[in-house]
Design a protein around this ligand. Structure first.
Ligand code: CMP
Length: 138
């Protein structure tokens, strides 16, 4: 059965003009875009999104980075979407990412790593609801 997941093209990728190239990778990997929007997060909005990481040493830097420019927020759909997106993205640190993955091709560093994808069903539900209202998910 089709599953939905949530993804962000991060400010590093959008700034570098990689939006269309990464969307093409996602299309090639079989994802359908259910909803998409380009926006700039405020720092409090970034802190709310990454609240689960609030105690991590990189939290302040991460939320400053995530509010440093435009992002593209998306809801993606396919069978096994959550696991398949994480496979397509590759490891958090692009230095550890498999060849052919999005982070290997496009990311700059463990923080500026081009793309976010939900890590589980509960997270996906929270993250989709953080960015999109029900009426936008048709
Ligand atoms: P993401 O998949 O969006 O989830 C949390 C983010 O925190 C991660 O991608 C990276 O952007 C960032 N991150 C994770 N670990 C580190 C780290 N050790 N140092 C800096 N940033 C990190």
């Amino acid at each position: 059965m089709a599953q939905r997941t949530f993804s962000i093209l991060k400010p590093d990728a959008v700034r570098a003009g990689q939006t269309a190239a990464i969307l093409a990778e996602l299309q090639k990997a079989g994802f359908t875009i259910v909803a998409i929007k380009k926006m700039v997060l405020s720092k409090p909005q970034a802190q709310g999104f990454y609240a689960v990481h609030a105690k991590r040493p990189f939290f302040d830097s991460l939320t400053t980075f995530m509010s440093s420019g435009s992002i593209v927020a998306m809801v993606l759909e396919k069978e096994n979407a959550i696991a398949d997106l994480r496979k397509a993205m590759g490891a958090t640190n692009p230095a550890d990412a498999e060849p052919g993955t999005i982070r290997k091709k496009f990311a700059r560093s463990i923080e500026e790593n081009a793309i976010h994808g939900s890590d589980g069903e509960e997270t996906a539900a929270f993250e989709i609801g953080y960015f999109f209202a029900g009426h936008e998910l048709i």
